[in-house]
Design a protein around this ligand. Structure first.
Ligand code: ADP
Ligand code: GLC
Length: 487
Protein backbone atom coordinates (compact mmCIF):
# COMPACT_ATOMS: atom_id res chain seq x y z
CA UNK A 1 0.00 0.00 0.00
CA UNK A 2 1.37 3.43 -0.83
CA UNK A 3 1.88 5.76 2.10
CA UNK A 4 -0.79 8.40 2.59
CA UNK A 5 0.20 12.05 2.44
CA UNK A 6 -1.25 13.50 5.64
CA UNK A 7 -1.12 17.20 6.44
CA UNK A 8 -1.68 17.96 10.12
CA UNK A 9 -2.66 21.55 10.92
CA UNK A 10 -2.83 22.52 14.58
CA UNK A 11 -2.35 25.29 17.12
CA UNK A 12 -0.63 22.93 19.57
CA UNK A 13 1.84 20.07 19.39
CA UNK A 14 3.89 18.91 22.38
CA UNK A 15 6.64 19.55 23.30
CA UNK A 16 6.70 22.76 21.26
CA UNK A 17 3.35 24.29 22.16
CA UNK A 18 0.91 22.88 24.67
CA UNK A 19 -1.74 24.21 27.00
CA UNK A 20 -3.54 20.90 27.52
CA UNK A 21 -4.32 17.55 25.98
CA UNK A 22 -4.64 18.90 22.44
CA UNK A 23 -0.86 19.29 22.20
CA UNK A 24 -0.22 15.78 23.51
CA UNK A 25 -2.86 14.15 21.33
CA UNK A 26 -1.75 15.77 18.08
CA UNK A 27 1.92 14.96 18.70
CA UNK A 28 1.15 11.37 19.70
CA UNK A 29 -1.03 10.66 16.70
CA UNK A 30 1.43 12.30 14.32
CA UNK A 31 4.32 10.29 15.73
CA UNK A 32 2.33 7.09 15.34
CA UNK A 33 1.42 7.91 11.73
CA UNK A 34 5.08 8.59 10.98
CA UNK A 35 6.14 5.32 12.59
CA UNK A 36 3.53 3.58 10.43
CA UNK A 37 5.47 4.86 7.40
CA UNK A 38 2.95 7.46 6.32
CA UNK A 39 4.10 10.71 4.71
CA UNK A 40 2.89 12.97 7.50
CA UNK A 41 3.89 16.62 7.92
CA UNK A 42 2.78 18.88 10.73
CA UNK A 43 2.22 22.65 10.54
CA UNK A 44 1.93 25.01 13.47
CA UNK A 45 2.66 28.67 14.19
CA UNK A 46 6.09 29.61 15.44
CA UNK A 47 5.16 31.09 18.80
CA UNK A 48 7.99 33.18 20.30
CA UNK A 49 8.44 30.74 23.22
CA UNK A 50 9.50 28.00 20.78
CA UNK A 51 12.70 29.92 19.95
CA UNK A 52 13.70 29.73 23.59
CA UNK A 53 13.25 25.95 23.87
CA UNK A 54 16.58 25.24 22.22
CA UNK A 55 15.37 23.19 19.24
CA UNK A 56 17.48 23.14 16.14
CA UNK A 57 15.12 25.08 13.88
CA UNK A 58 16.32 24.94 10.29
CA UNK A 59 15.06 27.54 7.80
CA UNK A 60 13.37 26.03 4.75
CA UNK A 61 14.95 27.57 1.64
CA UNK A 62 11.94 27.60 -0.58
CA UNK A 63 9.68 28.85 2.20
CA UNK A 64 11.46 32.08 2.96
CA UNK A 65 9.66 35.42 2.92
CA UNK A 66 6.53 34.01 1.39
CA UNK A 67 3.74 36.52 0.82
CA UNK A 68 0.13 35.63 1.43
CA UNK A 69 -2.98 37.72 1.47
CA UNK A 70 -5.80 37.63 3.97
CA UNK A 71 -8.37 39.93 2.43
CA UNK A 72 -6.49 43.15 1.79
CA UNK A 73 -3.80 42.42 4.37
CA UNK A 74 -0.45 41.32 3.11
CA UNK A 75 1.43 38.98 5.42
CA UNK A 76 4.88 37.54 5.10
CA UNK A 77 6.11 34.37 6.65
CA UNK A 78 9.05 31.97 6.57
CA UNK A 79 9.00 28.33 7.58
CA UNK A 80 11.46 26.56 9.86
CA UNK A 81 11.62 22.86 10.40
CA UNK A 82 12.81 20.31 12.92
CA UNK A 83 11.81 16.68 13.48
CA UNK A 84 9.14 15.83 16.01
CA UNK A 85 11.15 14.35 18.92
CA UNK A 86 11.34 10.54 18.91
CA UNK A 87 10.20 10.53 15.31
CA UNK A 88 11.38 11.51 11.87
CA UNK A 89 8.22 13.44 11.04
CA UNK A 90 9.01 16.98 9.91
CA UNK A 91 7.34 19.75 11.87
CA UNK A 92 7.00 23.04 9.97
CA UNK A 93 6.85 26.18 12.06
CA UNK A 94 5.20 29.11 10.34
CA UNK A 95 7.04 32.25 11.38
CA UNK A 96 5.00 35.41 10.97
CA UNK A 97 6.23 37.99 13.49
CA UNK A 98 3.51 40.44 12.48
CA UNK A 99 0.95 38.12 14.09
CA UNK A 100 2.98 36.02 16.52
CA UNK A 101 5.05 38.48 18.48
CA UNK A 102 3.54 38.28 21.94
CA UNK A 103 3.84 35.39 24.36
CA UNK A 104 1.09 32.83 24.63
CA UNK A 105 -0.53 30.40 22.24
CA UNK A 106 -3.92 32.02 22.53
CA UNK A 107 -4.44 35.71 23.10
CA UNK A 108 -7.52 37.79 23.55
CA UNK A 109 -6.01 40.24 21.06
CA UNK A 110 -7.87 42.04 18.31
CA UNK A 111 -6.05 40.00 15.68
CA UNK A 112 -6.76 36.50 17.03
CA UNK A 113 -8.83 35.67 13.93
CA UNK A 114 -5.92 36.70 11.72
CA UNK A 115 -3.49 34.54 13.70
CA UNK A 116 -5.35 31.31 13.13
CA UNK A 117 -6.72 32.03 9.65
CA UNK A 118 -3.08 32.66 8.80
CA UNK A 119 -2.24 29.17 10.09
CA UNK A 120 -4.69 27.62 7.60
CA UNK A 121 -3.69 29.69 4.59
CA UNK A 122 0.04 29.41 5.30
CA UNK A 123 -0.15 25.62 5.73
CA UNK A 124 -1.93 25.25 2.37
CA UNK A 125 0.58 27.63 0.78
CA UNK A 126 3.45 25.47 2.08
CA UNK A 127 1.85 22.39 0.47
CA UNK A 128 1.76 24.29 -2.82
CA UNK A 129 5.39 25.36 -2.58
CA UNK A 130 6.37 21.79 -1.71
CA UNK A 131 4.37 20.54 -4.67
CA UNK A 132 2.92 18.16 -2.13
CA UNK A 133 -0.65 16.96 -2.59
CA UNK A 134 -2.06 15.81 0.72
CA UNK A 135 -4.47 12.89 0.56
CA UNK A 136 -5.72 13.93 3.97
CA UNK A 137 -5.89 17.39 5.43
CA UNK A 138 -6.29 16.74 9.15
CA UNK A 139 -7.17 19.83 11.16
CA UNK A 140 -7.77 20.25 14.87
CA UNK A 141 -10.29 22.32 16.82
CA UNK A 142 -11.48 25.81 15.91
CA UNK A 143 -7.97 27.17 15.43
CA UNK A 144 -7.42 25.17 12.24
CA UNK A 145 -11.08 24.70 11.32
CA UNK A 146 -11.13 27.19 8.45
CA UNK A 147 -8.61 25.10 6.50
CA UNK A 148 -11.20 22.94 4.67
CA UNK A 149 -13.15 26.08 3.70
CA UNK A 150 -10.00 27.76 2.38
CA UNK A 151 -9.08 24.59 0.47
CA UNK A 152 -12.50 24.75 -1.21
CA UNK A 153 -12.33 28.48 -1.97
CA UNK A 154 -9.05 30.39 -2.18
CA UNK A 155 -7.16 27.26 -3.20
CA UNK A 156 -9.86 25.57 -5.29
CA UNK A 157 -8.16 26.54 -8.55
CA UNK A 158 -5.11 24.46 -7.73
CA UNK A 159 -5.48 20.88 -8.98
CA UNK A 160 -2.89 19.92 -6.39
CA UNK A 161 -5.74 19.68 -3.88
CA UNK A 162 -8.22 18.04 -6.26
CA UNK A 163 -8.13 14.70 -4.47
CA UNK A 164 -7.50 16.06 -0.96
CA UNK A 165 -10.06 15.01 1.63
CA UNK A 166 -10.40 16.87 4.92
CA UNK A 167 -10.91 15.65 8.45
CA UNK A 168 -11.75 17.92 11.38
CA UNK A 169 -11.09 16.50 14.82
CA UNK A 170 -13.19 18.03 17.59
CA UNK A 171 -11.14 17.98 20.77
CA UNK A 172 -13.41 20.32 22.64
CA UNK A 173 -16.73 21.70 21.53
CA UNK A 174 -16.64 24.35 24.23
CA UNK A 175 -14.65 26.76 22.06
CA UNK A 176 -15.93 27.84 18.64
CA UNK A 177 -13.71 30.73 17.63
CA UNK A 178 -16.51 33.22 16.95
CA UNK A 179 -15.62 36.69 15.65
CA UNK A 180 -17.57 39.70 14.43
CA UNK A 181 -18.90 39.83 10.87
CA UNK A 182 -16.19 42.31 9.82
CA UNK A 183 -13.70 39.43 9.97
CA UNK A 184 -15.37 37.74 6.97
CA UNK A 185 -13.93 40.39 4.69
CA UNK A 186 -10.69 40.66 6.63
CA UNK A 187 -10.04 36.98 6.15
CA UNK A 188 -10.75 37.03 2.42
CA UNK A 189 -14.06 35.21 2.65
CA UNK A 190 -16.31 38.00 1.31
CA UNK A 191 -16.65 36.39 -2.16
CA UNK A 192 -17.72 33.13 -0.54
CA UNK A 193 -20.53 34.38 1.70
CA UNK A 194 -22.80 31.88 -0.03
CA UNK A 195 -20.85 29.07 1.64
CA UNK A 196 -21.12 30.53 5.14
CA UNK A 197 -23.93 29.55 7.52
CA UNK A 198 -26.89 31.88 6.83
CA UNK A 199 -27.76 32.23 10.51
CA UNK A 200 -24.24 33.46 11.23
CA UNK A 201 -24.44 35.98 8.42
CA UNK A 202 -27.74 37.16 9.90
CA UNK A 203 -26.09 37.45 13.30
CA UNK A 204 -23.12 39.25 11.71
CA UNK A 205 -20.54 36.76 12.92
CA UNK A 206 -18.03 34.21 11.71
CA UNK A 207 -17.57 30.91 13.55
CA UNK A 208 -14.39 29.07 12.67
CA UNK A 209 -15.62 25.80 14.15
CA UNK A 210 -19.03 25.85 12.53
CA UNK A 211 -17.49 26.36 9.11
CA UNK A 212 -15.14 23.48 9.79
CA UNK A 213 -18.02 21.21 10.75
CA UNK A 214 -19.86 22.17 7.58
CA UNK A 215 -16.93 21.86 5.20
CA UNK A 216 -14.82 18.94 6.42
CA UNK A 217 -15.42 15.68 4.59
CA UNK A 218 -15.23 13.77 7.84
CA UNK A 219 -15.55 14.70 11.50
CA UNK A 220 -13.95 12.86 14.33
CA UNK A 221 -14.00 13.42 18.03
CA UNK A 222 -11.90 11.98 20.78
CA UNK A 223 -14.15 9.33 22.36
CA UNK A 224 -17.22 7.34 21.43
CA UNK A 225 -19.31 8.65 24.29
CA UNK A 226 -18.43 12.25 23.46
CA UNK A 227 -19.43 11.57 19.83
CA UNK A 228 -22.90 10.75 21.15
CA UNK A 229 -23.04 13.52 23.74
CA UNK A 230 -22.36 16.30 21.23
CA UNK A 231 -25.47 15.31 19.30
CA UNK A 232 -27.61 16.33 22.27
CA UNK A 233 -28.66 19.83 23.34
CA UNK A 234 -26.92 19.27 26.71
CA UNK A 235 -23.55 18.42 25.14
CA UNK A 236 -23.69 20.19 21.79
CA UNK A 237 -22.86 23.78 22.79
CA UNK A 238 -25.48 24.97 20.32
CA UNK A 239 -23.96 22.95 17.47
CA UNK A 240 -25.88 19.74 18.13
CA UNK A 241 -28.40 20.43 15.35
CA UNK A 242 -25.66 20.87 12.77
CA UNK A 243 -23.79 17.86 14.14
CA UNK A 244 -26.92 15.71 13.92
CA UNK A 245 -27.13 16.63 10.24
CA UNK A 246 -23.57 15.39 9.86
CA UNK A 247 -23.92 12.41 12.22
CA UNK A 248 -23.22 9.91 9.42
CA UNK A 249 -19.79 11.50 8.97
CA UNK A 250 -18.91 11.71 12.66
CA UNK A 251 -16.71 9.09 14.31
CA UNK A 252 -15.50 8.85 17.93
CA UNK A 253 -11.99 7.50 18.54
CA UNK A 254 -10.48 7.50 22.02
CA UNK A 255 -7.09 9.21 22.12
CA UNK A 256 -3.96 7.29 22.74
CA UNK A 257 -1.19 8.35 25.06
CA UNK A 258 2.48 8.43 24.43
CA UNK A 259 4.09 5.81 26.65
CA UNK A 260 7.45 7.20 25.54
CA UNK A 261 6.68 10.28 27.64
CA UNK A 262 4.25 8.81 30.13
CA UNK A 263 5.37 5.49 31.59
CA UNK A 264 6.53 5.12 35.21
CA UNK A 265 9.07 2.49 34.13
CA UNK A 266 11.24 5.08 32.39
CA UNK A 267 9.68 8.54 32.85
CA UNK A 268 12.71 10.86 32.66
CA UNK A 269 11.08 13.38 35.00
CA UNK A 270 11.02 10.88 37.88
CA UNK A 271 13.85 10.01 40.28
CA UNK A 272 12.28 6.60 41.02
CA UNK A 273 10.80 4.17 38.51
CA UNK A 274 8.36 1.32 38.85
CA UNK A 275 6.01 -1.00 37.02
CA UNK A 276 2.97 -3.17 37.72
CA UNK A 277 5.01 -6.02 39.18
CA UNK A 278 7.17 -3.85 41.41
CA UNK A 279 5.51 -0.90 43.04
CA UNK A 280 8.34 -0.10 45.47
CA UNK A 281 9.35 2.83 43.28
CA UNK A 282 5.85 4.25 43.58
CA UNK A 283 6.10 4.29 47.37
CA UNK A 284 9.41 6.14 47.00
CA UNK A 285 7.81 8.61 44.59
CA UNK A 286 5.06 9.25 47.13
CA UNK A 287 7.62 10.08 49.80
CA UNK A 288 9.59 12.22 47.35
CA UNK A 289 6.46 14.12 46.33
CA UNK A 290 5.44 14.77 49.94
CA UNK A 291 8.93 15.94 50.76
CA UNK A 292 9.04 18.19 47.71
CA UNK A 293 5.82 19.93 48.68
CA UNK A 294 6.75 20.04 52.36
CA UNK A 295 4.07 17.73 53.71
CA UNK A 296 4.34 14.84 56.11
CA UNK A 297 2.34 11.62 56.07
CA UNK A 298 2.89 7.92 56.60
CA UNK A 299 2.47 5.45 53.75
CA UNK A 300 -1.00 4.60 55.03
CA UNK A 301 -2.29 8.16 54.52
CA UNK A 302 -3.63 8.53 50.97
CA UNK A 303 -2.45 11.34 48.73
CA UNK A 304 -5.02 12.66 46.30
CA UNK A 305 -3.60 14.42 43.24
CA UNK A 306 -5.07 16.76 40.70
CA UNK A 307 -3.51 18.29 37.57
CA UNK A 308 -5.89 20.40 35.61
CA UNK A 309 -6.71 23.51 33.73
CA UNK A 310 -8.87 25.26 36.34
CA UNK A 311 -11.91 25.94 34.20
CA UNK A 312 -15.59 25.14 34.46
CA UNK A 313 -15.23 22.08 32.21
CA UNK A 314 -13.12 20.34 34.84
CA UNK A 315 -15.82 20.19 37.52
CA UNK A 316 -14.02 22.31 40.09
CA UNK A 317 -17.39 23.65 41.27
CA UNK A 318 -18.13 20.24 42.73
CA UNK A 319 -14.96 20.44 44.81
CA UNK A 320 -16.19 23.59 46.59
CA UNK A 321 -18.52 21.55 48.75
CA UNK A 322 -17.03 18.06 48.60
CA UNK A 323 -13.38 18.65 49.36
CA UNK A 324 -13.69 20.57 52.64
CA UNK A 325 -16.23 18.00 53.86
CA UNK A 326 -14.02 15.07 52.87
CA UNK A 327 -10.96 16.68 54.44
CA UNK A 328 -13.00 16.97 57.63
CA UNK A 329 -13.98 13.32 57.51
CA UNK A 330 -10.85 11.49 56.29
CA UNK A 331 -7.14 11.82 56.88
CA UNK A 332 -5.64 12.42 53.46
CA UNK A 333 -3.37 14.85 51.64
CA UNK A 334 -4.35 16.84 48.58
CA UNK A 335 -1.81 18.02 46.01
CA UNK A 336 -3.17 20.27 43.25
CA UNK A 337 -1.40 21.67 40.19
CA UNK A 338 -3.25 23.98 37.86
CA UNK A 339 -4.13 27.43 36.73
CA UNK A 340 -7.09 29.08 35.14
CA UNK A 341 -10.07 31.06 36.32
CA UNK A 342 -9.40 33.27 39.36
CA UNK A 343 -12.38 31.93 41.34
CA UNK A 344 -11.00 28.38 41.14
CA UNK A 345 -7.46 29.45 41.95
CA UNK A 346 -8.83 31.40 44.93
CA UNK A 347 -10.70 28.30 46.10
CA UNK A 348 -7.55 26.17 46.20
CA UNK A 349 -5.53 28.94 47.85
CA UNK A 350 -8.24 29.19 50.52
CA UNK A 351 -8.39 25.42 50.96
CA UNK A 352 -4.63 25.37 51.49
CA UNK A 353 -4.95 28.11 54.12
CA UNK A 354 -7.76 26.23 55.90
CA UNK A 355 -5.95 22.88 55.90
CA UNK A 356 -2.26 23.75 56.23
CA UNK A 357 0.02 20.74 55.87
CA UNK A 358 -2.79 18.74 54.32
CA UNK A 359 -3.52 20.68 51.13
CA UNK A 360 -0.86 21.99 48.77
CA UNK A 361 -1.61 24.07 45.70
CA UNK A 362 0.76 25.16 42.96
CA UNK A 363 -0.74 27.78 40.71
CA UNK A 364 0.81 27.54 37.28
CA UNK A 365 1.91 25.19 34.58
CA UNK A 366 4.71 22.79 35.45
CA UNK A 367 5.38 19.78 33.25
CA UNK A 368 7.76 17.84 35.58
CA UNK A 369 5.46 18.37 38.55
CA UNK A 370 2.55 16.93 36.55
CA UNK A 371 4.58 13.74 36.16
CA UNK A 372 5.52 13.71 39.86
CA UNK A 373 1.88 14.03 40.90
CA UNK A 374 0.76 11.25 38.56
CA UNK A 375 3.44 9.02 40.09
CA UNK A 376 3.46 10.15 43.72
CA UNK A 377 -0.28 10.41 44.38
CA UNK A 378 -2.41 7.41 45.35
CA UNK A 379 -5.67 8.66 43.87
CA UNK A 380 -6.21 11.01 40.93
CA UNK A 381 -9.15 13.40 40.96
CA UNK A 382 -10.93 14.37 37.73
CA UNK A 383 -14.61 15.23 38.34
CA UNK A 384 -15.18 16.84 34.93
CA UNK A 385 -18.48 18.43 33.97
CA UNK A 386 -17.71 17.25 30.44
CA UNK A 387 -14.58 15.61 29.04
CA UNK A 388 -14.16 14.91 25.34
CA UNK A 389 -11.45 12.35 26.05
CA UNK A 390 -9.17 13.27 28.93
CA UNK A 391 -5.57 12.19 29.02
CA UNK A 392 -4.83 12.63 32.69
CA UNK A 393 -7.00 9.67 33.71
CA UNK A 394 -5.13 7.55 31.15
CA UNK A 395 -1.81 8.66 32.61
CA UNK A 396 -3.06 7.97 36.11
CA UNK A 397 -4.19 4.45 35.16
CA UNK A 398 -0.70 3.76 33.83
CA UNK A 399 0.94 5.25 36.93
CA UNK A 400 -1.02 3.03 39.34
CA UNK A 401 -2.99 6.03 40.60
CA UNK A 402 -6.65 5.00 40.27
CA UNK A 403 -8.78 7.91 39.12
CA UNK A 404 -11.97 9.30 40.62
CA UNK A 405 -13.95 10.49 37.60
CA UNK A 406 -17.40 11.47 36.49
CA UNK A 407 -19.10 9.26 33.93
CA UNK A 408 -18.87 11.58 30.95
CA UNK A 409 -17.19 11.55 27.53
CA UNK A 410 -13.86 9.79 27.40
CA UNK A 411 -13.85 9.25 31.16
CA UNK A 412 -16.86 6.94 30.72
CA UNK A 413 -15.08 5.07 27.92
CA UNK A 414 -11.76 4.53 29.65
CA UNK A 415 -12.40 4.04 33.38
CA UNK A 416 -14.23 0.91 34.44
CA UNK A 417 -16.15 1.43 37.70
CA UNK A 418 -14.57 -0.39 40.60
CA UNK A 419 -16.65 -3.00 42.37
CA UNK A 420 -15.53 -4.11 45.82
CA UNK A 421 -17.79 -7.16 45.68
CA UNK A 422 -16.64 -8.38 42.26
CA UNK A 423 -13.05 -7.22 42.58
CA UNK A 424 -13.23 -5.63 39.13
CA UNK A 425 -12.76 -2.17 37.70
CA UNK A 426 -10.02 0.43 37.43
CA UNK A 427 -11.36 3.59 39.09
CA UNK A 428 -14.20 5.29 40.95
CA UNK A 429 -16.95 6.56 38.72
CA UNK A 430 -19.91 8.75 39.69
CA UNK A 431 -22.75 9.60 37.37
CA UNK A 432 -24.55 12.73 38.52
CA UNK A 433 -22.85 16.08 38.31
CA UNK A 434 -23.39 16.81 41.99
CA UNK A 435 -21.18 17.40 45.01
CA UNK A 436 -22.84 14.35 46.60
CA UNK A 437 -21.82 12.21 43.61
CA UNK A 438 -18.21 13.29 43.91
CA UNK A 439 -18.27 12.84 47.69
CA UNK A 440 -19.56 9.29 47.26
CA UNK A 441 -16.82 8.35 44.78
CA UNK A 442 -14.01 9.96 46.76
CA UNK A 443 -15.28 8.30 49.91
CA UNK A 444 -15.31 4.94 48.14
CA UNK A 445 -11.74 5.50 46.93
CA UNK A 446 -10.43 6.59 50.33
CA UNK A 447 -12.02 3.65 52.14
CA UNK A 448 -10.82 1.14 49.53
CA UNK A 449 -7.29 2.52 49.88
CA UNK A 450 -7.27 1.23 53.45
CA UNK A 451 -7.37 -2.33 52.05
CA UNK A 452 -3.95 -2.87 50.48
CA UNK A 453 -4.80 -6.07 48.69
CA UNK A 454 -7.91 -4.69 47.01
CA UNK A 455 -5.94 -1.57 46.16
CA UNK A 456 -3.08 -3.49 44.51
CA UNK A 457 -5.62 -5.34 42.33
CA UNK A 458 -7.15 -2.04 41.28
CA UNK A 459 -3.74 -0.60 40.46
CA UNK A 460 -2.60 -3.65 38.52
CA UNK A 461 -5.73 -3.78 36.37
CA UNK A 462 -5.32 -0.14 35.42
CA UNK A 463 -1.60 -0.44 34.75
CA UNK A 464 -2.15 -3.41 32.44
CA UNK A 465 -4.37 -1.45 30.06
CA UNK A 466 -2.98 -0.39 26.72
CA UNK A 467 -4.03 3.05 25.48
CA UNK A 468 -0.96 3.46 23.31
CA UNK A 469 -1.17 5.45 20.11
CA UNK A 470 0.07 2.36 18.29
CA UNK A 471 -3.24 0.81 19.20
CA UNK A 472 -5.65 3.77 19.17
CA UNK A 473 -4.07 5.33 16.07
CA UNK A 474 -4.95 2.39 13.86
CA UNK A 475 -8.56 3.53 13.74
CA UNK A 476 -7.43 6.90 12.35
CA UNK A 477 -5.28 5.25 9.73
CA UNK A 478 -8.14 3.05 8.62
CA UNK A 479 -10.48 6.04 8.42
CA UNK A 480 -7.93 8.02 6.43
CA UNK A 481 -7.40 5.11 4.03
CA UNK A 482 -11.11 4.66 3.43
CA UNK A 483 -11.56 8.36 2.89
CA UNK A 484 -8.61 8.65 0.52
CA UNK A 485 -9.67 5.47 -1.27
CA UNK A 486 -12.99 7.05 -2.04
CA UNK A 487 -11.27 10.09 -3.54
P1 ADP B 1 -7.47 19.15 28.67
O1 ADP B 1 -6.86 18.99 27.33
O2 ADP B 1 -8.94 19.41 28.60
O3 ADP B 1 -6.78 20.15 29.51
P2 ADP B 1 -6.50 16.44 29.15
O4 ADP B 1 -6.66 15.53 30.32
O5 ADP B 1 -6.79 15.88 27.82
O6 ADP B 1 -7.36 17.75 29.43
O7 ADP B 1 -4.99 16.92 29.05
C1 ADP B 1 -4.40 17.76 29.98
C2 ADP B 1 -2.90 17.77 29.72
O8 ADP B 1 -2.38 19.00 30.16
C3 ADP B 1 -2.16 16.69 30.45
O9 ADP B 1 -1.00 16.32 29.73
C4 ADP B 1 -1.78 17.40 31.76
O10 ADP B 1 -0.67 16.83 32.38
C5 ADP B 1 -1.48 18.78 31.24
N1 ADP B 1 -1.68 19.84 32.22
C6 ADP B 1 -2.83 20.47 32.54
N2 ADP B 1 -2.60 21.44 33.46
C7 ADP B 1 -1.28 21.40 33.72
C8 ADP B 1 -0.42 22.15 34.58
N3 ADP B 1 -0.88 23.11 35.38
N4 ADP B 1 0.90 21.85 34.57
C9 ADP B 1 1.38 20.86 33.79
N5 ADP B 1 0.62 20.13 32.97
C10 ADP B 1 -0.69 20.39 32.92
C1 GLC C 1 -9.33 18.68 24.81
C2 GLC C 1 -10.28 17.99 25.77
C3 GLC C 1 -9.71 16.74 26.40
C4 GLC C 1 -8.97 15.91 25.38
C5 GLC C 1 -7.94 16.74 24.66
C6 GLC C 1 -7.16 15.95 23.60
O1 GLC C 1 -8.48 19.58 25.43
O2 GLC C 1 -10.71 18.87 26.78
O3 GLC C 1 -10.74 15.98 26.97
O4 GLC C 1 -8.34 14.82 26.01
O5 GLC C 1 -8.57 17.80 24.00
O6 GLC C 1 -8.01 15.41 22.63
Amino acid sequence: MRPLAICEVTAEAAPFAKTGGLGDAVAGLTRMLGAAEQDVRLFLPLYPAIWRQGHDLVPVDFLRDVTIWLGTRELRFSAYTTPLPASDVAVYFLHCPALFHQDGIYTAGWDEHYRFAFLSVAALTCCQRMGWAPDILHVHDWHAALTPLYARTLFAWDRLFAATRSVLTLHNLGHHGVFGGHTIGELGLEPYRGLLPPEDLAADQLSFLKNGIRQADLLTTVSETYAREILTPEGGFGLDGLLRERAASLVGIVNGIDYGDWDPRHDPHLPHHYGATDLAGKARMKRALLERVGMEAGDEVPVVGMVSRLVEQKGIDLCFESLPAQLGRHDFRLVVLGSGEPRYEAFFHALQATFPGRVWFYRGYHEPLAHWIEAGADIFLMPSRYEPCGLNQLYSLRYGTPPVVRRTGGLADTVEPYSWEAGTGTGFVFADYTAAGLAWALDYALTTFAHPEAWRGLQRRGMALDFSWERQGRAYLELFRNLAGGA
